[in-house]
Design a protein around this ligand. Sequence first.
Ligand code: COA
Length: 159
Amino acid sequence: MSAAGPEPESPEPAGHEPVSVRRATAADAMDVLAWRNDPHTRAMSRDTGAVDEAAHLAWFAAALADPRRMLLIGEAGGAKVGMVRFDHADETEVSINLAPEQRGRGLSRPLLMAALAEVGGEVWAEVREANATSVRLFEGAGFQLQGRRDDIRRYRRPG
Ligand SMILES: CC(C)(COP(=O)(O)OP(=O)(O)OC[C@H]1O[C@@H](n2cnc3c(N)ncnc32)[C@H](O)[C@@H]1OP(=O)(O)O)[C@@H](O)C(=O)NCCC(=O)NCCS
């Protein structure tokens, strides 16, 4: 008998770890706060101020119960690697934040793609001009530049 055949191909692009997503729960609140208050995250956010714990916990509990929001936690290799949030208003807007210690490893694309698979229709994203990594992420994920406002780029992914 010949040796076993090659391993089945991974559905992820080479070099990208598989990332799964699940709905956030109250148990994720403090991780999400820590990721949100990371200095780089703040610098790249529309609101650059630090969020205090009480305000965050109130916001998080309300967000979990709000049918117009979807909070997803990404996991890879048994670790929480980041979150993706969808806000459904006139438009559906996505935002993404990786745990600081998980950045720079190519996890953002598989996380974003796994999250996008959970929602249908067109999705918008607002990215700071200076956020070259995020620009690269959204353009690589099929988002198209629709316009600019101040230092913000507006991207749309067709439904
Ligand atoms: C934006 C963010 C999710 C990206 O995740 P990351 O782990 O840092 O980035 P990745 O390692 O997955 O790389 C993403 C892409 O950017 C590229 N990249 C990495 N560093 C870069 C840099 N300095 N300049 C340009 N592109 C860069 C990578 O090569 C990759 O592109 P590719 O898939 O075409 O090769 C993460 O940095 C983050 O959470 N930042 C803080 C919050 C934030 O800015 N969110 C976005 C708001 S719209």
